[in-house]
Design a binder for this molecule. Sequence first.
Ligand code: SAH
Length: 263
Amino acid sequence: MTTSNASRRIVGKVWLVGAGPGAPDLLTLRAADLLARADIVFHDALVHPGTLALARRAKLVPVGKRAGHVSTDQRFINSHLVEAATHHEVIVRLKGGDPMLFGRAQEEIDGLVAAGVPFEVVPGITAALAASADLGVSLTRRGMSRSVTFATPRIGPGEASSDWAVAAGRADTTVLYMAAGTRVETVRALHAAGRALSTPVVVVENASLPDTRRIVATLGDLATLPLDESSGPVLVLVGEVYGELLAAADAAVGVGAVRAGVR
Ligand code: SAH
């Protein structure tokens, strides 16, 4: 087989692998097996060192992608994946959480297809599921929530805006990725889409990791929460299913105070 834009022979296959939310032991067995066999691993910035350590024989190439931090141009990643497939057999593209959710997997898949490189996707545990596990609160608590939306207010460079808040405002439970930096706009958009400002909100940082933190608040409070010191990735979960956490936090510190760090 030859590539469409370069007549180099493709000898390898690319696996787009979900690294899970952080804790290395939340990796799938399939992912761990591929890491052990990998010749080269292109990994996101958020991947835990303990997970990378499983790639014993591989060359590790960071291609960090983190809002507000140095990131690697998508075309650069695509061309490196194709190039790697001309001289390596097992190429792993390791992505935080699940590759198919806010992971830019499609751009990479399209690039691999165009270049005639075989690929396979290995799912991972997405951050929303890890955060729900940490909280001990079901996304679909019976009698309260029969719909869940995974959304992001973030618009990448060159992307058209979409009305993310319509679906996010209507679902019983909403999980927002990459929303910490745009809290004021996020609150305004969800409120305009019909969410009451009294709706319970939980912000979870570093889900699945030992240093995880959470803040329980209302949607109205979200804009002014002290999140700027946070160092890890942050998810915002919104919905009545978090009402008991909010009530417990209010009982512990008094209504009106910032309900920070209450477990
Ligand atoms: N594909 C990933 C999401 C990538 S977008 C997945 O399925 O989880 C990056 C965003 O994911 C971060 O800005 C944050 O909102 C969220 N995120 C990833 N890991 C997280 C973690 N351990 N705790 C909280 N949020 C996390």
